[in-house]
Ligand binder design. Structure first.
Ligand code: ZN
Ligand code: ZN
Length: 330
C-alpha cells in the first residue's frame, strides 16, 4: 500500500509505493525493447486477457463492454484495466506516523492501464484514422470517469514508450493516475494564469504559429517546439480554441487531436527512429481558465545532477533547429 507524503515545508508531494518495485520488466537491452517480447508472453496482447485483472471497460467497434471476474471479453480495440502494481489504490491502508510535523496521506487514487491495440508491436504512428480517433475518445471517457469520482482533484494521463521513458512493458499502452491532490506544477501555472488578463497559452499560440518553431497545424490544433524546451525535440500541441479539459472535446476535436499527434509521431520516426518518448496531457477539470495542452518529450537526454539541483535543463538542440528537422526542411 502506498502513501502520499508532503514535502517538509513546500506544497510538493511524493508517493511512496513499495509494491511497484515488484513489477515485471520484459526489457534487457538499451533499445526500446519492442523486438524483445512476443505476443505469446505479452500480457497486454489480444488472447492473453486472463493474464491481467478484469477490464474496467473494453471498447469494441465503438461499443463499450466490461469483463467479469470469471470471463474476459476477448474481442476488443482498446482495453482498460487496473494496474496490477498501482502507485495509488481506491482503498488504501491508513498512513503511518513518520515523525512530528510530517504530513502523510493515504495513497488514495486510481491507476489504470489503457492498452491501445490488441496487436503486439503496433505503434501509434501507424494507427488508422478510426484507431487514432477511437483512442482519443477512450482518453476522454476514462479521464471523465475518474474526474467525476469523489475526492479526485487531478487526473494524470500519459504514455511511456520505451524503457528509457519508463515503460516496463513494450506493448503500446497509456496510463492514467487519478490523485486526491493537484500537482504543484499545475497549481503554479494556474496562479499565474489567474493573475493575468489573457490566457498565456492563447497568447503563446499566436506567437508560435508564426515562429521558426512552428511544426504542423490542422483545423483545430498547432504543434510547435516550445521556445522554453527542456529537452531535444520537445513538442507541444495546443488547441486553437481555448478549452481546458478533454471532457469538453467534441468528436471533431478528438479526431483532429489524434491526427496531429500521429503527424508529430511520424515526424519523430523520420528523424529519430524508434526513440523512447513520453506524451503527457496537461489539463484541469472545473477550471475553465486553464488551456489544455499535450506535451511530447523524446527521452534522448537525461536529467542529471545540474537539472535535479537547479530545475534548469540544458538542452543541446535548439527548438528552432528541432522544428526545422520535424517540418522536414533538412
Ligand atoms: Zn503484446
Ligand atoms: Zn487559452
Amino acid at each position: 500500500m502506498s502513501e502520499i507524503r508532503k514535502h517538509y515545508f513546500l506544497p510538493e508531494y511524493c508517493i511512496i509505493a513499495e509494491e511497484r518495485s515488484k513489477r515485471p520488466s520484459d526489457f534487457a537491452g538499451p533499445s526500446d525493447g519492442s523486438e524483445k517480447s512476443s505476443s505469446e508472453s505479452c500480457v497486454f496482447c489480444g488472447g492473453n486477457e486472463e493474464k491481467t485483472p478484469p477490464a474496467t471497460v473494453v471498447y469494441n467497434e465503438g461499443e463499450v463492454f466490461a469483463d467479469t471476474e470469471e470471463k474476459r471479453v476477448s474481442k476488443w480495440d482498446f482495453r482498460c484495466f487496473p494496474n496490477l502494481y498501482p502507485a495509488v489504490s481506491p482503498a488504501p491502508s491508513p498512513p503511518g506516523f513518520h515523525g512530528k510535523g510530517l504530513e502523510t496521506f493515504p495513497g488514495f487514487g486510481f491507476h489504470e492501464i489503457i492498452v491501445e491495440s490488441p496487436v503486439h508491436g503496433k505503434k501509434l504512428k501507424d494507427f488508422s484514422d478510426t484507431e487514432i480517433s477511437g483512442l482519443m475518445r477512450v482518453y476522454k471517457d476514462r479521464v471523465c470517469h475518474y474526474a467525476a469520482r469523489e475526492n479526485i482533484r487531478y487526473v494524470s494521463l500519459f504514455k511511456n514508450s520505451g524503457k528509457a521513458a519508463g515503460a516496463s512493458l513494450d506493448h503500446t499502452h497509456s496510463q492514467l493516475i487519478a490523485l486526491p491532490v493537484c500537482p504543484q506544477v499545475l497549481e503554479r501555472e494556474l496562479k499565474v494564469i489567474r493573475e493575468g488578463q489573457k490566457c498565456p497559452y492563447c497568447a503563446l499560440l499566436e506567437t508560435e504559429k508564426a515562429s521558426p518553431r512552428f511544426i504542423h497545424e490542422n483545423s483545430k490544433f498547432v504543434a510547435f517546439a516550445p521556445y522554453y524546451s527542456i529537452g531535444p525535440f520537445e513538442v507541444w500541441i495546443l488547441s486553437k480554441e481555448h478549452i481546458s479539459f478533454l471532457g469538453d472535446f467534441s468528436p471533431e476535436l478528438l479526431s483532429t487531436l489524434g491526427e496531429i499527434l500521429r503527424e508529430v509521431l511520424r515526424s519523430y520516426a523520420k528523424i529519430l527512429g524508434n526513440m523512447p518518448y513520453n506524451h503527457m496531457f496537461y489539463q484541469l477539470f472545473e477550471t475553465p481558465e486553464y488551456h489544455l495542452n499535450l506535451r511530447l518529450l523524446p527521452r534522448i537526454s537525461t536529467a542529471a545532477g545540474f537539472e535535479l539541483n537547479t530545475g534548469i535543463y540544458i538542452n543541446t538542440v535548439s527548438p528552432e533547429k528541432a522544428a526545422s528537422y520535424l517540418r522536414g526542411d533538412e
